[in-house]
Design a protein around this ligand. Structure first.
Ligand code: 5RP
Length: 250
């Protein structure tokens, strides 16, 4: 590591005074370097602040310029367009080689909570369509158990008219009872957050989640639920940029 900053092994020096930001960049650069190849055809681009570094690294590699990139949100669509990369849709390209995305929390079995940016539906679709799903995150996202590190709850995207019914079902019908459920509000409580698909998001606070796959199944079974920000058994690998400038993987 360089003094006062961090360095990405095998890549260019990454010097940043903020260790979290450096961690995001380290993970993103390592994942692009190791997972995206010029002989690929279609790449899924996740959403969030870590993914900005994924696109930044892709743009540093002219040999990746001819690939087609599939977005997972309005934000990632703009990243692709503004970078001058070729934008594709999941309808045109339902077979994706690799999808790289961030996460809010990742457990040792590579289960993840996603949806901090309310993009969980498109993110899950584009991850599911990929042969390989790769997570990139800074060191704060590594967890022994989902629900321990990420305290903002499990994001649940719901059809707007169903939100009250789903909030009540979450409290009465699950084997794991949430301590609280909140409709996600926009800044200054200007109204509910509306997803790219025109839906609302409920954040359900469960605390430590012993069996994420079971919880996912139960929540998805509730009428009105569109998608759940629990990604179970989907990722092949997760890269974490550590505070000491190294990159670890799970
Ligand atoms: C958006 C997501 C993001 O990938 C997740 O919130 C991580 O974001 P960041 O890289 O900004 O920490 O799931 O819905």
């Amino acid at each position: 590591a360089l003094s006062g900053g961090t360095q990405c092994t095998g890549g260019p020096a990454i010097v940043m005074s903020d260790p979290v930001e450096a961690g995001k960049k380290l993970a993103a650069y390592a994942a692009v370097d190791e997972y995206i190849r010029p002989d690929h055809k279609v790449i899924g681009i996740g959403s969030g602040s870590t993914v900005v570094y994924v696109v930044e690294r892709i743009l540093q590699k002219p040999e990746l310029g001819h690939l087609v990139y599939i977005p997972t949100s309005f934000q990632s669509k703009l990243l692709i367009i503004d970078g001058g990369l070729t934008l594709g849709s999941i309808e045109q390209y339902p077979d994706i080689d690799v999808t790289i995305d961030g996460a809010d929390e990742v457990d040792p079995q590579l289960n993840a909570i996603k949806g901090g940016g309310a993009c969980q539906f498109q993110e899950k679709l584009v991850a599911e369509a990929a042969k390989k799903f790769v997570i990139v995150a800074d060191y704060r996202k590594k967890s022994t158990k989902l629900g321990v590190q990420w305290t903002k709850g499990v994001p649940i995207e719901v059809v707007p008219m169903a939100y009250k019914v789903v909030m009540s079902s979450l409290q009465s019908k699950l084997s794991l009872k949430p301590a609280s459920v909140d409709l996600r509000m926009a800044v200054k409580k200007a109204g509910p957050v509306v997803t790219d698909n025109g839906n609302f998001v409920i954040d359900a606070h469960f605390g430590a989640i012993e069996n994420p796959a079971q919880l996912l199944k139960e929540i998805k079974g509730l009428t009105g639920v569109y998608e759940v920000g629990l990604f179970c058994g989907m990722a092949e690998i997760a890269y974490f940029g550590e505070s000491d400038g190294s990159v670890s993987t799970l």
